[in-house]
Ligand binder design. Structure first.
Ligand code: FES
Length: 119
């Protein structure tokens, strides 16, 4: 079983419901998303297309859609799935809320946690 290294990525009051936050966890670029339904998600922070910072994109917490600022690829941030283009996907990290700490787990598997996709 792959060991997971847990790190505090943010405090709860840094990420209100409906917000996104760009963080670095164990040298990896991570995008935290706090959905209106209360779930906190953590995805790769760079776009699978050309590695633009997703946190600079257009985020709509009502539809849970994020538009990459690079070329307007659209993602469903409840799952990390590409809406346009379909077929691409953001890598998703495990998240744990421990008191006021939001922790992100990075698998110690020697793999890249940054998925790429080209059309
Ligand atoms: S870099 Fe994100 S859509 Fe091109």
């Amino acid at each position: 079983m792959t060991e997971i290294r847990w790190s505090v990525a943010a405090a709860g009051d840094e990420l209100w419901e409906g917000d996104i936050l760009d963080v670095e966890v164990a040298d990896e670029q991570v995008l935290l998303v706090h959905l209106y339904d209360g779930r906190i998600k953590a995805f790769q922070g760079l776009c699978p297309h050309q590695e633009i910072l997703l946190a600079d994109g257009k985020w709509d917490p009502d539809t849970n859609r994020l538009l990459c600022p690079g070329h307007n690829w659209e993602f469903d941030m409840t799952t990390g799935a590409g809406v346009n283009p379909a077929g691409c996907h953001l890598y998703e990290y495990p998240v744990e809320v421990d008191g006021d700490d939001i922790k992100v787990g990075v698998p110690q598997d020697g793999e890249s946690h940054h998925l790429r996709f080209s059309t």
